[in-house]
Design a protein around this ligand. Structure first.
Ligand code: CA
Length: 223
């Protein structure tokens, strides 16, 4: 899942980026509102973490312009402790959630997970595809009740596919949601990771869950 972080405090931005990346998210960072707006409009994002107090254009303005153009990417606003009016205004112009600074990273992470589930219309933390269970809160994966250990990147790929199960995903779709802009990855990397996942999830099982759709891409589906 790919997240845009718009935060002008560079130390905070780099700590958050590192935290998200350690959990397998791809993270793009903007340090002012104008850059943030550009990235939000042009990158295929799954969520935006948007600070309100930003140089050039503030976060509320960024959000307002995005929503005015019909962009529905889930947005969490970061607000200052006493800024009640900002919170109200933010929610009214289309923020999905907000978090008051200073916050604990785990809470931001939980709120992002919750937004991603909501966007995918997944109601519970555990997504099931056949006998495959993906716990999107703890990142634990089981097949037929047995734990399947995955790297952060493998997990990210699986979760992305699980949130869009029964849908054909092109290599470009996948690579754009698993890697940030700076990573500049070749979409062939997707085939490599799909193979890793197949070895861990489908190997030894009669029912395959990861399907190749010739000329189109891949799909996670109970067949
Ligand atoms: Ca700020």
């Amino acid at each position: 899942m790919r997240i845009l972080l718009v935060e002008d405090e560079k130390d905070l931005a780099s700590i958050l980026k590192k935290g998200f990346e350690e959990r397998g998210y791809a993270v793009d960072v903007a340090h002012d509102g104008e850059e943030g707006l550009y990235m939000a409009e042009n990158f295929p994002l799954d969520a935006v973490v948007l600070d309100i107090m930003l140089p050039v254009i503030d976060g509320l303005e960024v959000l307002g312009r995005l929503r005015k153009k019909g962009n529905t990417v889930p947005v969490i606003l970061l607000t200052a402790r006493d800024a009640i009016l900002d919170k109200i205004k933010g929610l009214d112009i289309g923020a999905d959630d907000y978090l008051t600074k200073p916050f604990v990273f785990d809470e931001l992470l939980a709120r992002v997970r919750s937004l991603l589930r909501r966007k995918a219309e997944v109601k519970q933390a555990v997504v099931k595809i056949g006998d495959l269970e993906i716990n999107t809160a703890s990142h634990e994966v089981k097949r037929a009740g047995k734990p399947v250990p995955l790297s952060a990147r493998e997990y990210a790929l699986l979760e992305f596919m699980a949130y869009r199960k029964d849908t054909v995903l092109s290599r470009t779709d996948i690579v754009e949601h698993i890697y940030s802009e700076e990573a500049d990855m070749d979409s062939n990397i997707v085939d490599v990771y799909i193979n890793y996942l197949r070895n861990k999830i489908d190997r030894g099982f009669k029912k395959k869950l990861i399907h190749t759709v010739r000329g189109a891409g891949y799909m996670l589906k109970e067949e």
